[in-house]
Design a protein around this ligand. Structure first.
Ligand code: PGA
Length: 252
């Protein structure tokens, strides 16, 4: 059966020293606990090699927030999937709406990144989600389906089953405006149906679909209680160990 996952997305926050301190604190907070979900922290590239050996790999997985769409070579400033994997990181967020909007990542580029991540043994946390305009026009399902199909549905069922999906309505990210539990469930069920149509019910039932967008300790329980919401991708509330722990505890 699918896993419940609470994943942090630190975005462009924390110096190396601050990031090390946060990872250590989280590791300590979880030391005597048995979380009822997988816990992941996705950090800026420069933190990965330092943070990975600091956390108990049985409790906390580490991931990057992006990787290059090229294998290696003359691509100044880029970081490849192989480089991410070489730090001991196991996950990579791909297709975050901030990358799509500010860095013009396309459905096609993301398909290449997913391929490279899988080839290097990384688990992609693949983000989909509509902007407010799409939702107001009732086009959210269409938009999300296009993002899924365009970047993922050329994968074999075996490869697809290695992907974690994160539904993040763009209008809810960092805005304090959370999707209601009903809105989240409705979209998660739609995503699971789309996966079932493409890969069959078993693959769909085994896919973890996380919710992201102003998820915090106070609303996590209600969101995660939905049958198709398998955890969260957490931005702001992953930057303090106590806040993040509060969300992990929503699975207790
Ligand atoms: P937020 O970000 O929790 O700060 O809204 C979530 C995300 O963008 O992954």
């Amino acid at each position: 059966m699918r896993k419940n996952i609470v994943a942090g997305n630190w975005k462009m926050n924390k110096t190396l020293q601050e990031g090390i301190a946060l990872a250590k604190e989280l590791n300590e907070v979880l030391a005597n606990e048995k979380p009822n979900c997988d816990v992941v922290i996705c950090t800026p590239f420069i933190h990965l090699a330092s943070v990975t050996p600091l956390v108990d790999p049985a409790k906390i997985g580490v991931g990057a927030e992006n990787c290059a769409d090229k294998e290696s070579g003359a691509f100044t400033g880029e970081v490849s999937a192989a480089m991410v994997a070489s730090t001991g990181a196991k996950y990579v967020i791909l297709g975050h709406s901030e990358r799509r909007a500010y860095y013009h990542e396309t459905i096609e580029t993301l398909a290449v990144k997913v391929r490279l991540a899988l080839d290097n043994g990384l688990t992609p946390i693949f983000c989909v989600g509509e902007v407010l305009e799409d939702r107001e026009a009732g086009k959210q399902n269409e938009v999300v389906h296009e993002q899924l199909a365009g970047s993922l549905f050329d994968l074999t069922a075996e490869d697809f089953s290695k992907i974690v999906i994160a539904y993040e309505p763009v209008w809810a990210i960092g805005t304090g405006k959370t999707a209601t539990a009903a809105q989240a469930q409705e979209m998660h069920a739609f995503i699971r149906r789309a996966i079932a149509d493409k890969y069959g019910k078993e693959v769909a039932d085994n896919t973890s679909i996380l919710y992201g967008g102003s998820c915090k300790a106070s609303n996590a329980k209600e969101l995660f209680a939905n049958p198709d919401v398998d955890g969260g991708l957490i931005g702001g509330a992953s930057l303090k160990a106590a806040d993040f722990k509060g969300i992990i505890d929503a699975f207790n």
